[in-house]
Design a protein around this ligand. Structure first.
Ligand SMILES: Cc1cc2nc3c(=O)[nH]c(=O)nc-3n(C[C@H](O)[C@H](O)[C@H](O)COP(=O)(O)OP(=O)(O)OC[C@H]3O[C@@H](n4cnc5c(N)ncnc54)[C@H](O)[C@@H]3O)c2cc1C
Length: 339
């Protein structure tokens, strides 16, 4: 058992968990965020190259930009984020919770915000030896990338022509060269590509040559040997659906369309005091399953957790302009805003 007791343990580092972390930080709560994977962003990597129109104030932004902003926000206030911690069990003794993960690590918490959605998405990996653990090889179904990091780089993208096309249209304007590699025989429309896009069809990746932590050369099945700066791989996903078990208490569940949800209230509280549910894992009448709902519920969960911890805390969260916590940072940023 970790010695420390957290005000709140957040389970899941998707949009609802990330914004819960920020919102709990605003409330100055002591936070631990546990994420099952080695990466944050939840489901957003699945559509990070798409433009998003249904998040107020962020219309027309890329999914990746929204996710990168959420990841920064989650760490705006000190938040301990621990990766590769898949929560398997939560037990309750008195008011407190103990959260157990797949390797039997335990964390003590006064409250829990469950932001774990209904399962863990893993990327399908290259079926070759030594296919992971490189700094410049990214499985983009689960890893948020920053497109601006690819300025003047030689970027190889491997997968099916549809997703390669969308990534290439974005990258071709900033990258030096974009190399598309697919096992499929053709692209629907190559007129969308600029001259710096090179296409290999009916081709596979055969070997990744390693130089310490980077892929220094890619060997293709057609015999080509290519030096690239970054490799983006999109071979789809597999789902791991292991439910979290609850010990010493029962959580009210709800089955809808063959899926199991935790029944919560619009303010994110559940039938268990101190346990709050945000995002895709929860269900109540009229609930929306989108990013806007995740963000709104994250704020509510932080407020409910703070009130549960200290009933003198008022429910209303003061807006940024009247919140002392942002004042020093805002002053510095305002002075340099147009630099
Ligand atoms: C293809 C696609 C396109 C979409 N397009 C849009 C759109 O255009 N606009 C919009 O508003 N919404 C869109 N959505 C919906 C939006 O992505 C979801 O509403 C949102 O991701 C839900 O966030 P979440 O944090 O609740 O769950 P998730 O994003 O699923 O994140 C859950 C996180 O919890 C982790 N986790 C799971 N189990 C455990 C465990 N036991 N222990 C620790 N960690 C765990 C997971 O690894 C994951 O990181 C789309 C969804 C998909 C799949």
């Amino acid at each position: 058992m970790h010695d420390e007791k957290y005000d709140v343990v957040i389970v899941g580092g998707g949009p609802s968990g990330l914004y819960s972390s920020f919102s709990c930080g605003v409330r100055q709560l002591k936070i631990k965020l546990l994420e099952a994977r080695a990466t944050l962003g939840g489901r957003i990597p699945l559509y990070q190259e798409q433009l998003i129109w249904d998040v107020a104030g962020s219309q027309g932004k890329l999914g990746s930009e929204i996710a990168n902003n959420l990841m920064s926000a989650a760490q705006h206030f000190p938040a301990e984020i621990t990766f590769n911690q898949s929560v398997t069990k939560i037990s309750k003794t008195g008011r407190d919770f103990v959260i157990t993960t797949q390797d039997d690590t335990t964390y003590a918490a006064k409250t829990v915000i469950l932001a774990a959605s209904s399962g863990i998405i893993h990327p399908r990996k290259l079926k070759i030896e030594d296919n992971d653990g490189f700094d410049n090889l990214h499985y983009i179904a689960t890893e948020i990338i920053k497109f601006e990091d690819y300025i003047d780089k030689t970027v190889m993208i491997y997968g099916n022509p549809e997703s390669l096309t969308e990534y290439a249209i974005l990258l071709q304007k900033i990258a030096k060269t974009v190399i598309l590699v697919t096992k499929k025989s053709h692209f629907n429309d190559i007129s969308v590509f600029l001259d710096n896009v090179i296409i290999y069809t009916n081709t596979d990746i055969e070997v990744l040559k390693r130089n310490k932590l980077v892929v220094s050369e890619v060997v293709l099945s057609n015999g080509s040997r290519l030096e690239v700066s970054e490799i983006l791989v999109h071979l789809g996903t597999k789902y791991e659906t292991k439910a979290i078990s609850f010990e010493n208490f029962d959580v009210t569940m709800l089955d809808q369309n063959g899926h199991s949800f935790i029944q919560n209230n619009p303010d994110t509280s559940t039938n268990v005091k101190g346990l709050f549910v945000v995002g895709s894992l929860g269900a109540y009448e009229g609930k929306a399953y989108n990013l806007a709902a995740c963000l709104s519920e994250a704020t509510k969960a932080a407020t409910q957790a703070a009130i549960y911890l200290d009933d003198t805390v008022v429910a209303e969260l003061r807006v940024s302009t009247h919140n002392e916590i942002f004042k020093p940072k805002s002053q510095v940023m305002r002075a340099n805003y147009f630099n």
